[in-house]
Design a protein around this ligand. Structure first.
Ligand code: 4AD
Ligand code: MG
Length: 433
């Protein structure tokens, strides 16, 4: 029997018979004796040539019976494509139909996005969705690789929590036995702050939840976040770590996913330009810059999508917005000792209008300042006692940040709506399939 291989590896087997297992992406009739099958197996695609005189009557009949997305096992001899440089074909020698697919609902005609989302379990097979999932794979592992190599330990934070990390307005509630309500985690940050006191540098990576009644293309109710936290790292160094991480991930995608970026019609030259020093801009400067561009924003306002897009215009690299008015940022951010109206937080805004991809800050490490801020914000002190206590027993300056995985993938792959950056998106009006 011929050796079983993956489609991505055919070029290593030129002239040798091989077997591949996968599905029919497409097929084409050329004449009564000649057919083409576009075969896919997840790793790649290859055109198989079915020539009746070589295959024989019975096997050629099987080829004629093929339908979109039928599962097949094929054997053949790989060779170079006669015209297209760098492409390969398979001269078919055998075919087995594993399952004949009937009436595959996604065809060549344009489908509305609602239809595609309802058929997400099938839509995932399309070339673009396949490319996106491969980019997601690269981004996920590149983030872990960078952190693992730079002294961060993986430290898993809980998903069921008794308290909020990012404000109480976006919590999903879960009845928790006789202990009242528990909440699905919005970010593992607070727990990571306990982790660093044991391990120095830690990160978590998993799904987080926000009951956001937001329908924008940048919001999911369940998304993946990588929270990183480091002891003895202050605000400026925190941004340095983020920049190095993002540029590492960018390079990994450019190295491993060029074909996928091409499938997605990503402007690759534009993307490459982002691998250069990132801009750092104060919140105050951001406000005046936007005002000069004619955007209606006042000092003290938060940034929304229009502001993020206008700011990114004309910048090839991501932009950090740092030193925010403390009253529009969470209680845990450290107050700028040089200007107590400000907190040492930073948001990283992606180029090309893809919006905020990271939120981070130095954390308040002074017991009394934090306690006062929590009281001012009406935070239920009993539930956060443990968090406050971290400032009582060997407190250290420390910082961290959270990367929104789907936002990052959205920018790198050039996909406008982040619902395509996760296998099964959860949104305000969608939980199926
Ligand atoms: O800016 P956020 O809310 O920051 C935190 O949660 C911090 N506790 C993180 C930390 O310091 N460890 O969220 C972090 C990132 C955002 O920059 C954005 O990329 C993404 O998470 N994000 C969302 N992604 C998709 N859908 C949503 N609803 C999102 N909300 C935030
Ligand atoms: Mg944020």
């Amino acid at each position: 029997m011929a050796k079983k291989i993956f489609a991505k590896d055919v070029k290593k087997y030129l002239g040798k018979e091989v077997t591949l297992q996968g599905w029919v992406r497409n097929y084409r009739k050329s004449s009564s004796k000649l057919r083409f099958i576009i075969f896919r197996d997840g790793t790649g695609e290859i055109q198989a040539i079915a020539w009746k005189p070589d295959l024989g009557e019975e096997k050629f009949e099987r080829v004629k019976a093929l339908t979109l997305e039928s599962s097949i096992i094929i054997s053949g001899i790989p060779k170079k494509h006669p015209k297209n440089e760098g492409e390969y074909e398979l001269q078919l020698t055998d075919i087995e139909i594993v399952h004949l697919c009937e009436d595959y609902p996604i065809g060549k005609k344009e489908h509305g996005v609602d239809f595609l989302l309802s058929n997400r379990h099938l839509w995932l097979r399309s070339s673009k969705q396949n490319a996106l999932m491969k980019i997601r794979h690269t981004v996920y592992f590149a983030i872990c690789e960078y952190l693992n190599k730079n002294g961060f330990f993986r430290f898993d934070s809980p998903i069921l929590t008794p308290n909020a990390c990012e404000g109480t307005t976006t919590l999903f509630e879960v009845p928790y036995f006789d202990q009242g309500m528990a909440y699905l985690s919005q970010s593992g940050q607070l727990y990571l702050e306990a982790g660093i006191m044991s391990l120095g540098r830690v990160y978590d990576f998993g799904p987080v939840f926000r009951a956001e009644k937001s329908k924008t293309r940048k919001h999911l109710t369940e998304f993946w976040m990588m929270d990183a936290e480091a002891a003895y790292v202050e605000h400026k160094e925190n941004m340095k770590i983020q920049e190095k991480l993002i540029r590492f991930v960018l390079k990994a995608v450019l190295k491993n996913n060029l074909l996928d970026l091409t499938t997605l019609e990503r402007d690759i030259d534009q993307l490459k330009k982002a691998d250069a020093p990132f801009t750092i801009m104060t919140y105050e400067k951001m406000v005046t810059t936007l005002q000069k561009k004619g955007i209606q924003i006042r000092y003290g306002d938060d940034m929304g999508a229009p502001e993020e897009e206008a700011l990114a215009e004309g910048s090839d690299v991501p932009i950090f917005i740092e030193k925010w008015p403390k009253n529009i940022k969470p209680f845990y951010m450290k107050v700028d000792r040089k200007d107590p109206k400000l907190s040492l937080g930073s948001d990283l805004i992606a180029p090309e209008g893809f919006g905020e991809i990271i939120g981070g800050s130095q954390r308040e490490d002074d017991y009394y300042i934090l306690k006062e801020r929590m009281e001012d914000d009406n935070i239920p002190m009993e539930e956060y006692q443990w968090y406050l206590e971290l400032r009582k027993y060997g407190s250290v300056p420390h910082s961290g940040f959270g990367v929104g995985l789907e936002r990052l993938i959205g920018w790198l792959s050039g996909v406008r709506h982040i619902r395509e950056a996760i296998p099964f998106p959860r949104m305000l009006y969608r939980i199926y399939p």
